[in-house]
Write a protein of this length. Structure first.
Length: 176
């Protein structure tokens, strides 16, 4: 993650929220992860004009869900950021997708033992090249929604749990 507010030690500061979703402060990313503090994330589903979804595997060094697959370019809302700007930053950082309009499509609360957040989800259509950020993305490929469903049904194919919940919502909504 780059580009956002940093604390005095140079660590990213993440916006924290209460149970209603209101921003109540901030904390260094490491503290948010350690204490599983509720925060805001953004997630961008990238599709090409043929309807395929870009799926990637996270690097083994990620601070949450390392080495798992995902179909969202996603990350934490930094202190002072708005969700749309954060989403544009994340999809540009992780996949090199720039200069195209992001469409908001859902806002979802998610809680598990590793993360608690409200996710602002966006979608984008992209037919250009995909460029991975080496620190965050280890592999990626285009898949049809049917191929993605089949992969999600495979218990030996690890997929981030919050991304799974979000993509299952997307499937249930008819893949808008």
């Amino acid at each position: 993650m780059t580009g956002g507010p940093l604390d005095t030690d140079g660590e990213e500061r993440v916006a924290l929220i209460d149970g209603s979703g209101a921003v109540i402060g901030s904390a260094p990313r490491s503290v948010m992860r350690r204490d599983n503090l509720r925060h805001i994330v953004v997630a961008v589903l990238v599709r090409d004009s043929g309807g395929r979804v870009y799926v990637h595997r996270r690097t083994d060094t990620k601070d949450v869900f390392p080495g798992m697959h995902d179909c969202f370019a996603a990350g934490c809302l930094q202190t002072g950021e708005e969700p749309l700007a954060a989403a544009a930053r994340e999809v540009a950082e992780e996949l090199g997708v720039v200069g195209v309009p992001l469409r908001p499509w859902s806002q979802v609360r998610y809680d598990d033992a590793a993360t608690r957040h409200v996710c602002h989800a966006f979608a984008v259509t992209w037919d250009g090249p995909v460029s991975h950020q080496p620190a965050e993305v280890a592999w990626g490929a285009w898949m049809t929604p049917e191929e993605l469903r089949a992969r999600l049904a495979d218990p030996d194919w690890p997929f981030v749990p919050d991304g799974r919940a979000l993509v299952e919502r997307w499937f249930a909504e008819g893949c808008p």
